[in-house]
Design a protein around this ligand. Structure first.
Ligand SMILES: [Zn+2]
Length: 431
């Protein structure tokens, strides 16, 4: 039996819901916060087994059988612990990576555990009766209960609930403050998030490291509130949904990058699971490294507005300079991929994704936008921008683009070509 690294096991456990898994083996009925079923480990007649979603544990009040999800599967199926881990991983769609040996646990185990507790706490809130307004809002926005579960979406109520809950778990105010879960005013600590729908942000290894909180009641501001940067959360080191998408990226042999978290969620839920979202307007060096590690071509599909076009231009250039193969999808009609799928359906999106522009084609159009090219000066600037962008491009692309310029603007191929060469040399020298 090959070994599995402990953090891998922890990751599988984090992404698993014990109620779902045990519910596949025995019927469970919810009573209050917990679920109950007939215990399979003794001759049970009344439901003696309690399963806690909050603690991710099961316990039989009659025979004393107890443990986490892996213990249940291992005991029920009578298989070794690691085989149970594999089985659970497969059920939740995680590829288990076999490690040669056990690695040291991360130095941030406790921080990850606390963030995970917070996430589960918020998730549970969303299931309560008091959450009906928030659930209604989510349902109107087209978020199904399956999507809420996949993306661990939760809800915060009043100001001090999470803090009290974590205090009950022996977690200090200082620890919560360091993780950006509470604010501090003198000696008083209060929750950061209240009356917000919470989207957990995971690091590339799948640890919950931050939250984005969105208001759902009208008039509240700011619309989005993000966790502050902490020792486990550096915004520039993270791409939203990267940990979920990376295996699908390898399968699909391409990665789709969108602007907003909601776009990534919609894309993923619509079957485009190789989608990640920017965490800001411009990619950092660390984020580019993360994308490089995927070793696949990139499709940029940002918002259908000027800011989105600018972001496509800026980030596309960064990725091209990093040696990546970049293509671009510009949507028309709706403002972003989320709305595009909601209005036009999944098949239309699949169709659009089949015909992306090369980055150079995108630039050709981008440099033109809002320009009056009947003006000779403006046209000259435009042509120079296009020629500049061709530096380093492959000769066929260069030829196609030059011919296009000649035809559209009645320019001489020779002149264009002669204007291109010095630019290319200049670029090489400055490297
Ligand atoms: Zn029992």
């Amino acid at each position: 039996m090959p070994k599995i690294a402990p953090e891998e096991i922890a990751k599988i456990r984090e992404q698993t819901d014990i109620v779902e898994i045990i519910g596949d083996y025995i019927p469970l009925t919810q009573k209050g916060k917990n679920f109950f079923g007939i215990c399979p480990f003794h001759q049970d007649h009344s439901p003696s087994m309690s399963v806690s979603r909050e603690k991710q544990m099961f316990k039989c009040f009659s025979c004393g059988a107890a443990g986490n999800v892996f213990k249940f599967v291992s005991d029920y199926e009578n298989i070794p612990f690691l085989e149970a881990v594999e089985k659970v991983a497969a059920k939740v769609g995680i590829n288990v990576h076999f490690a040669k040996g056990y690695k040291e646990p991360s130095k941030y185990e406790r921080e990850y555990e606390i963030m995970n507790l917070a996430m589960v706490f918020y998730q549970n809130n969303l299931q309560t009766e008091a959450a009906s307004k928030a659930r209604e809002y989510l349902s109107v926005r087209g978020l199904t209960s399956e999507m809420l579960k996949t993306f661990d979406i939760g809800l915060s109520f009043t100001k001090d609930q999470l803090r009290k809950f974590l205090e009950g778990k022996k977690i200090s105010n200082e620890e919560m403050f360091d993780l950006g879960l509470v604010n501090q005013k003198g000696t008083v600590y209060t929750d950061v998030f209240f009356d917000r729908i919470l989207f957990p942000i995971h690091d590339p290894d799948g640890h919950v490291v931050a939250f984005t909180g969105r208001v759902y009641a009208k008039d509240a501001t700011p619309k989005y509130l993000n966790s502050k940067e902490t020792k486990i959360f550096k915004k520039g080191n993270i791409l939203f949904n990267y940990h979920r998408a990376k295996d699908h990226v390898r399968l699909e042999k391409k990665v789709i990058i969108v602007e907003g978290n909601m776009d990534a969620i919609r894309m993923y839920a619509s079957g485009f699971k190789n989608t990640i979202a920017l965490m800001g307007t411009s990619l950092t060096k660390e984020q580019i490294t993360l994308i490089q590690k995927l070793h696949v071509p990139v499709i940029l599909m940002f918002d259908n507005d000027e800011a989105g076009a600018l972001a496509t231009h800026t980030n596309g250039k960064l990725l091209m300079d990093a040696g990546l193969n970049v293509s671009v999808v510009r949507l028309s009609g709706q403002k972003d991929p989320d709305e595009y799928i909601l209005s036009n359906g999944v098949e239309k999106m699949a169709e659009v994704l089949k015909h992306p522009l090369t980055f150079l084609e995108f630039q050709y159009e981008y440099f033109k936008a809002n320009k009056d090219l009947s003006d000779a000066g403006t046209l000259t600037t435009y042509v120079r921008e296009v020629l500049n962008s061709l530096a380093g491009a492959d000769p066929i692309t260069v030829d196609i683009t030059l011919n296009k310029l000649c035809e559209e603007y009645h320019l001489s191929y020779e002149v264009l070509k002669s204007q291109m060469l010095p630019i290319k040399e200049e670029k090489k020298l400055s490297k």
